[in-house]
Design a protein around this ligand. Structure first.
Ligand SMILES: *Cc1c(COP(=O)(O)O)cnc(C)c1O
Length: 369
């Protein structure tokens, strides 16, 4: 009973893909094109086809994907970007890095995604983008958000899809639902590499071209620097790893959905509150997050039984020291409430039925009252 579970089991995945990963990486070592090698283009083509988006631009991280997308929109100091405070810091960080102001709209408490009903009231003449986050692997209310954006002069919409690559929404895929979709291949994300990586998706030719240039120091041709850019390429080796992992990604997505549904069954009636998943979309469970009272007590007791948990996220961004004076918000009460109650359980495509039952049984006995 005391052996420790992994919060995310990447070892079983590696064991299953070891030969493919080794062969893919060896091919890169043999041809030696470590930067912008053929695997980069191959991955971009595969991911564009997978998502349904016309263009995929791989970049050095999910954070860089968001930054480059905003740079392609030519954000200026004083501009505003509407987003959610209940996310990883990178979402708002890239806005501040460009001298713009994050304008936070509170979340809808069941899904923890931005409440689209709050967006319209926050639009001003300085609003340059709306950046919903598809949190925990469930796509935000993209149709409603796109409609609000369209009513206000086609404000660009950037989906922060760092946690939702592979998720579907009304028969379409995450990352192909708005002006831009940005994802991350950080190892713990649904599709991960063995370091940092990310990708931008768009079906707009001009924006895609801008992102490609910004990724390599704003070059429109070698040593012709047309715009200010960054060094934001994804390593060929990391692209090779993702290509190998794509071999069983569909299977993993299916497993994630099944494991999510099984958690819901195992925890039904336990007093543990579950995330709402809307009927017209699925969740790929980048984190399997639930709501509990007395979280610190529950986490400590689980830890004692060898069950690791995490909190995504303990403090909304509008209350973080770095952002408090650089953002606008109206308190975001639901984000604060969620931050005090969310707890993520062990989750991965390779989580065994036995381990999952152990987690659920332990949580049931702690949360039961
Ligand atoms: C992980 C994550 C990012 C950043 O991705 P990196 O690849 O780590 O830079 C941005 N937004 C969200 C919501 C994330 O979960």
């Amino acid at each position: 009973m005391t052996d420790k579970l992994d919060f995310i089991d990447l070892k079983t995945q590696y064991a299953a893909l070891k030969d493919r990963i080794a062969a893919r990486m060896q091919a890169v070592l043999d041809h030696g094109q470590y930067i912008m090698g053929p695997e980069v283009k191959e991955l971009e083509q595969r991911l564009a086809a997978f998502s349904g988006s016309k263009h995929c631009i791989t970049v050095s991280s999910g954070t860089e994907a968001l930054l480059i997308a905003l740079m392609a929109l030519e954000l200026k100091p004083g501009d505003e970007v509407i987003t959610t405070p209940f996310s990883f810091a990178a979402t708002a960080e890239v806005i501040v890095l460009l001298g713009a102001t994050p304008v936070f709209v509170d979340i809808e408490p069941g899904t923890c995604n931005i409440d689209w009903r709050g967006i319209e009231a926050k639009i001003t003449p300085r609003t340059r983008a709306i950046m919903p986050v598809s949190l925990y692997g469930q796509v935000a209310d993209m149709d409603e958000i796109n409609a609000v954006a369209a009513r206000h002069g086609n404000i660009p919409v950037i989906e922060d899809a760092a946690q939702s690559f592979g998720a579907s929404y009304k028969g379409r895929r995450s990352c192909n639902l708005s002006s831009f979709g940005c994802t991350s291949f950080f190892p713990s994300k649904p599709l991960g590499c063995y370091g940092d990586g990310g990708a931008i998706f768009t079906s707009d030719d001009a924006l895609a071209q801008a992102c490609r240039e910004i990724r390599v120091h704003g070059q429109s041709a070698r040593y012709t620097h047309t715009r200010i850019g960054v060094g934001g390429r994804m390593d060929t080796l990391q692209c090779a790893v993702v290509l190998a992992k794509l071999e069983r990604f569909e299977w993993e997505l299916q497993r994630r959905r099944e494991i999510g549904a099984r958690y819901a069954d195992l925890l039904a009636g336990s007093g543990v509150e579950l995330l709402t998943v809307r009927a017209d979309r699925d969740c790929v469970w980048a984190q399997y997050t639930v709501f509990v009272d007395e979280r610190a007590r529950v986490q400590a007791a689980l830890q004692e039984q060898g069950i690791p948990t995490a909190v995504h996220y303990p403090k909304p961004l509008h209350q973080q020291p770095a952002f408090a004076a650089r953002c606008r918000s109206d308190g975001c009460a639901e984000s604060l409430r969620a931050a005090g109650r969310v707890m993520s359980l062990p989750m991965s495509a390779d989580l065994s039925a036995g381990d999952q039952e152990r987690v659920a049984a332990a949580l049931r006995s702690l949360a039961g009252r």
